[in-house]
Design a protein around this ligand. Structure first.
Ligand SMILES: [Zn+2]
Length: 403
């Protein structure tokens, strides 16, 4: 296990927290000035998701103890150095975290934690050892590096490991015995273009695949005992989750759903998810939300998931440089709430019957939220929409029950 030995030493030597990045701070400040902190109302629920939501806690579910804050990991402490004028907006991660950190309305509703290191065995359970080894040694071929889209420095290796580690940690949070965490999130990850033996499209390791595989190994008694298709990956990034689809193509326990732009990347390496839905160029909020409203309940009814991963990319935003779709910030909020409410509603329906008798699980389907793509230029619009993903989850899970 040469790769594993190498990684422990490498990772230990690289793990250090960095000072705030000036660019990210400026982006966060601008995003806040331009609407990060107030006045967005979700069209589905009417809930004001961008301002203090005192009604959320007031109408909290009947549970005796209040829900814990949304545990939200961040990986931007591992700084990635990109060439000048690189097209990937690396500063968006820290800017999103700073926007959430500065939002007083999230006090008690959202808890920010640095993504922890992960056990390399978890990565090797999904990724081919030769590929992992080349990543860790920064010895990818030119062709492999070109497919990923940025060079692998030790700092990028650390970030890729931390990003994967955050999703694994969030998954453990929602599956641990007697956990109070119904949802956990990470301001990174959703690296759905990574295949078992190769990276692609800014993705090195496939964090959701690594976390789902860990869950099947360590929590199978909770998952497969209740459903033959216990894991559902809802990938609503504007690009197809091709790596995730390929990794799980022969595993009936994992259902992959990808709703993406018909004409978007990946053009040559699209794979077959369990279900793929292709959206036309410039698709509007109503067009997209109608698709999600039809598919999400269908997926929950058909597969009875026991764990859901949400790849919550915001590159369907009209302002996105790569997206090709026409969604607004409000439309993305409607989308987010459809996923959150499906997890809570599904659990609520089950909570009255078998759940109460067995007492094995609380009334919800555990949910892990990852960040995914967002490429507006300047990045402010993407940062606001990314922050909405986490803010609206924090509010929704502070309420708990679905009205
Ligand atoms: Zn994307």
């Amino acid at each position: 296990m040469r790769a594993a030995g190498l990684s422990v030493a490498l990772f230990a030597s690289l793990v250090r927290h960095r000072a705030h990045h000036g660019v990210a701070r400026r982006v966060a400040q601008r995003a806040r000035r331009e609407g990060g902190g107030g006045g967005i109302r979700c069209a589905t629920t009417g809930e004001n998701v961008a301002a203090a939501s005192t009604s959320a806690t007031a109408s909290s579910s009947s549970s005796s103890s209040p829900p814990p804050p949304l545990r939200t990991y961040y990986a931007d402490w591992a700084e990635v150095i990109l060439p000048d004028n690189h097209r990937f907006p690396m500063e968006k991660y820290k800017a999103t975290r700073l926007l959430l950190e500065a939002d007083a309305s999230l006090a008690g509703k959202l808890e920010l934690l640095p993504s922890p290191a992960l056990d390399l065995a978890d990565v090797l359970a999904v990724h081919e050892s030769g590929y992992v080894d080349r990543v860790l040694r920064c010895e990818l071929t030119e062709k492999e590096t070109r497919a990923i889209g940025f060079p692998m420095h030790p700092s990028s290796v650390t970030r890729s490991l931390a990003s994967t580690g955050g999703t694994v940690a969030a998954t453990r949070d929602v599956l641990a015995p007697n956990t109070a965490h119904r949802c956990a999130a990470q301001i990174a990850g959703g690296t759905h273009h990574a295949f078992a033996d190769a990276g692609e499209g800014f993705c090195v390791f496939n964090d959701i695949a690594v976390a789902a595989t860990m869950a099947l190994r360590e929590y199978d008694h909770l998952l497969s005992a209740r459903s033959k298709t216990p894991i559902l990956i809802v990938d609503l990034d504007v690009h197809q989750g091709n790596g995730t689809a390929k990794i799980f193509e022969d595993d009936p326990r994992v259902v992959t759903f990808s709703a993406h732009g018909e004409k978007n990347y990946p053009w040559k390496t699209k794979m077959r998810s369990t279900h793929d839905v292709e959206l036309p160029d410039d698709a509007s909020d109503d067009q997209c939300v109608k698709v999600f409203e039809e598919w999400i309940p269908f997926l929950f009814e058909t597969y009875d998931p026991q764990l859901v991963f949400f790849q919550a990319g915001v590159d369907a935003l009209r302002d996105d440089a790569f997206g090709r779709l026409g969604m607004s910030r409000e439309g993305l909020l409607r989308r987010n709430h459809l996923v959150y409410d499906a997890c809570l509603r599904r659990g609520k329906a089950r909570g009255g019957g078998e759940e109460k008798r067995t007492g094995e699980r609380s009334a919800h389907v555990p949910l892990v939220v990852t960040m995914g793509g967002g490429y507006s230029r300047p990045p402010d619009a993407s940062v606001r929409a990314h922050a909405d993903v986490f803010r609206s989850a924090a509010y929704r899970y502070a309420v708990g029950a679905v009205r």
